[in-house]
Write a protein that binds this ligand. Structure first.
Ligand code: ZN
Length: 369
């Protein structure tokens, strides 16, 4: 399709949606619009025709453990706790649910305890967040950290910000707990709290654990409570790329935005990690491409960016798109599970395929036969 035809098509689609709103919703409900996985264009990566080596095919076996319906149901599970605003009973209940779910897949979990002083108060209050670890078989002392923030705000369900990123990290954890999966290096699944108040949960993690990296405890045990950090990948607002001005459906050019921070000590290593994710997207994402850019901001990878390679994945670039109202549900009561369509959920799912494709290669994960 030529560019001018595509533009015409977009305009016609928009006019159609505007005039026949209920019908458009119905068509979307039956899976209209975006090509299905059976579409021949999508059989070999979102850009099509990227040749796969035997090593790539082994990574694809790991990525194929991800399940779209499981991802959606994890988002739904988190939204049942409302917006999970920090300091509320629904936030504490969600931390418990996340921990129990991870334990149910066989993971050992741990909690970070820290103090947070609410705005307008001078009394510090205790807060908690949970993480789980896949321990590497041959290099348990090295790890990548995958993050999403389980707290939200806005009075709705914080489905997109950030149940979508929390569920993404949990779905990768679930997939890697499947029978036969092995990993040479470790992976930590971190579900940050207090992101919305200023990244306090991620900052507490860095403060408490940066100095523990690589220490064997007790000596000679082969047990590393804080494996050495190789990189950190954050996921924050994963579902909605409806263009700006905002349209009713996922934009035809919707993509996963991979951001690193150019103005950081680890910019070079972070750009390399972003590139690994971009290449994994070309190979393993089923429906949406990715782009990388250099203005990572306002999320839990920030406290890591001067220490280790750090990137964030999002539905939109944080400063230039999200910051310019590209998502009208951001921090609103309308950030609800029912607000989003399968085309939206699939963007988050493609970010999961992107992250797992890159990380499986970096930790040398495999499905053993
Ligand atoms: Zn967020």
């Amino acid at each position: 399709m030529s560019v001018s035809n595509k533009v015409t098509h977009v305009l016609i689609t928009f006019a159609f949606v505007a005039s026949l709103w209920p019908m458009a919703i119905d068509a979307q409900g039956r899976g209209g619009g975006r090509p299905s996985p059976a579409d021949s264009r999508n059989l070999r990566g979102v850009l099509g025709g990227v040749p796969m080596t035997a090593a790539d095919s082994a990574i694809k076996e790991v990525v194929d453990l991800l399940d779209f319906e499981s991802y959606k149901s994890l988002i739904q599970g988190l939204t049942e706790f409302g917006d999970r605003e920090q300091g509320t009973p629904r936030n504490a209940a969600a931390v418990d649910w996340i921990e129990q779910t991870l334990q149910g897949w066989g993971y050992q979990t741990a909690r970070i305890h820290y103090d947070y002083t609410p705005r307008g108060s001078d009394v510090a209050e205790p807060r908690e967040e949970v993480y789980a670890t896949l321990v590497g078989a041959s290099s348990p002392d090295e790890m990548y950290i995958l993050g999403g923030h389980m707290d939200g705000r806005g009075g709705g369900e914080a489905a997109n910000d950030d149940a979508s990123g929390t569920a993404l990290v949990m779905e990768i954890a679930r997939a890697l707990a499947s029978p036969g999966v092995t990993s040479a290096r470790s992976i930590r699944f971190a579900l940050w709290n207090n992101e919305e108040t200023g990244l306090n949960g991620a900052r507490a993690y860095v403060e408490q654990r940066q100095g523990l990296q690589g220490i064997e405890e007790p000596a000679g045990s082969g047990n590393y409570p804080e494996p050495r950090w190789l990189g950190m990948v954050q996921h924050d607002m994963m579902l909605w790329d409806h263009g700006n001005p905002v349209t009713h459906e996922q934009a035809l050019d919707a993509d996963v935005d991979i951001e690193f921070q150019l103005n950081s000590v680890m910019a070079d290593a972070s750009a390399q990690l972003a590139l690994a994710l971009l290449n994994a997207n070309r190979m393993f994402a089923s429906h949406y491409p990715a782009v990388m850019s250099n203005a990572m901001s306002n999320t839990d990878s920030g406290p890591f960016q001067d220490i280790v390679a750090a990137v964030s994945l999002r539905e939109n670039r944080r400063l230039y798109e999200t910051g310019n109202r590209a998502n009208p549900h951001w921090h609103q009561p309308t950030d609800l599970f029912v607000t989003f369509s399968d085309d939206d959920f699939r963007l988050g799912f493609n970010a999961a395929q992107t992250t797992l494709g890159a990380i499986a290669r970096l930790v040398d994960a495999k499905v053993e036969r």
